[in-house]
Design a protein around this ligand. Sequence first.
Ligand code: AMP
Length: 637
Amino acid sequence: MTSDTVSSFGQMALNIPLLKALDDVGYENPSPIQARTIPLLLEGRDVLGQAQTGTGKTAAFALPLLSNLDLKEKDPQVLVLAPTRELAIQVAEAFQKYASHMKGFHVLPVYGGQEYGGQIRALKRGVHVIVGTPGRVMDHIRKGTLKLGNLKALVLDEADEMLRMGFIDDVEWILDQTPEDRQIALFSATMPQQIRRIATKYLNDPEQITIEVKTATADTIRQRFWPVSGVHKLDALTRILEAEPFDAMIIFVRTKTATVELADKLEARGYSAAPINGDIQQKLRERTIEQLKKGKIDILVATDVAARGLDVQRISHVFNYDIPYDTEAYIHRIGRTGRAGRKGDAILFVAPREKRLLHSIEKATRQKIEMMELPSTEIINDKRIAKFKQRISDTLASEELGMFYQMIEQYQLEHNIPALEIAAALAHILQGDEPFLLQNKPQRSKGRDRESWDKEDGSQKRNSSRRDRDRGRDRSSRKDSGPEDGMERFKLAVGHNHEVRPGNIVGAIANEAGIDSQYIGRINIHDEYTMIDLPADMPKEVFNDLKKVWVAGQQLKISKMGEDSHSDERKPRYDKKGKSGKNSSDKKRSEKPRDGKAKPKKDKKKKAKIRAKDKKAKGKRKTDDSKPKKRVKKKPD
Ligand code: AMP
């Protein structure tokens, strides 16, 4: 199916409260993965979807599964397994958002590092949808606090990530605990052999969904991207608009609401911009396009649907403010410029999590999309000055200024002030409180976007299995000279005989105990047990939690290996809540796995995150923070 032929949400058998919620969030039409997956899941079919973040896959499973829920039943009906707590929270939020008109609906995110008490209470009260990381979900099943007897559907989200993090045994164990007749949707960006094996073993005659891609892009179009996270997009856009010479531009966003909001913001910044989306009446849309053709409007902020087939010669630039769902949508979008052999420019904003989509676009179009240079402060300021001067010249040339002449002359005589000073005061009035020039220091946000991109990109280049191997080597091949300062050695009841790999251990400890994986030190795997270095003075709570974590089918049963002999000064200190205030020494930072896999843990309740105080570590954490933070605002109960 192509994005030209996608059906509307209204045509799907989704329930009314969901359609209302979709209207609230402003989704105009289903994305390709949604158009294909929703009808199948509504029918109760199993689905094997090859999709990545940014394609709209969350709604692709959340909407039909919500539509099929029986809200009167209190036992969990849907279980979503996700590799990280961040994703679990994000998916739970999405369920909450789409179910906003479904009275009495409850979703519960469950992940390691969080108190059991609250989760158990919520589970007792009744929850329709659980979204969790495998380890914690397993724990609840074993404790008997999560009962899956009534489960109707199971989703494996980002299955290849779960495989990479060493959770696949846990996932299989969970799959074995679910009723035979449950429906399964498995989503994965890639389909390694182990994921295919799981699909074959557990899915019932699944429909496989991969979206066909068109590969033709005009080579007269220069394609560039800029790495940016949500909050900095508007800043970056206005900076580019100021420096990039363009005739007319079409800016693509994902939702109807966003077309209006962004057009308003651009208008407020002095651009002649207008929105077009599927909700705007045909007549008005035509009028807007006419205005664009005639040069009365320079920027059109559009959704994919509204801009389909648009052919306006003036469009020199296509701006992908929100990344398209897939390569095909990208090709449609940028085809609005560079028409009939003319030159055109396409610019794409890419958030760190959307990198894979960028790579697929490059692969499918067989064209490299270069990282653009954001115009420097000097260039922007020169442009502002030139524009200001031009406005003066234009006004002097074309406006009738008689009355102002008189007034200024009068003022000059009354106050004996030179005309130059009066002109400067008037310019100040015109400018208002907004500074006229950009600050000379580089804007941190933008640097940060790029910095974190570069950092992540380095790690992206290595393939995942290699990453796991590297991590294993990094952590296990150093000569054993006892734990480093601030670290303590522990023993885990899992070893080679259980087929454990370092990646399994790091993944489980990072996720379940909330210890940032960069603070997990050397790992030495023996046949029956493993020795591992972790930050010293681990809070009892975390320690007890870790005992119960399952890896490769074994409980870790963590225990201390002898006394710590290091000076107090070097030890990271945990406060009562389990946090540590000790600085992270350079030594410790060198323990960081070189695969860049370490995911920042942002949960406030996280028990053992070390607060690195030295400047370098601060800088580093800042780049990590550029990842979008998502929270379930209100913990559903
Ligand atoms: P996902 O791939 O599920 O992470 O979704 C990526 C983004 O696309 C999220 O911000 C969603 O809110 C947004 N999104 C999902 N479906 C649609 C749709 N049909 N129309 C517009 N935006 C959507």
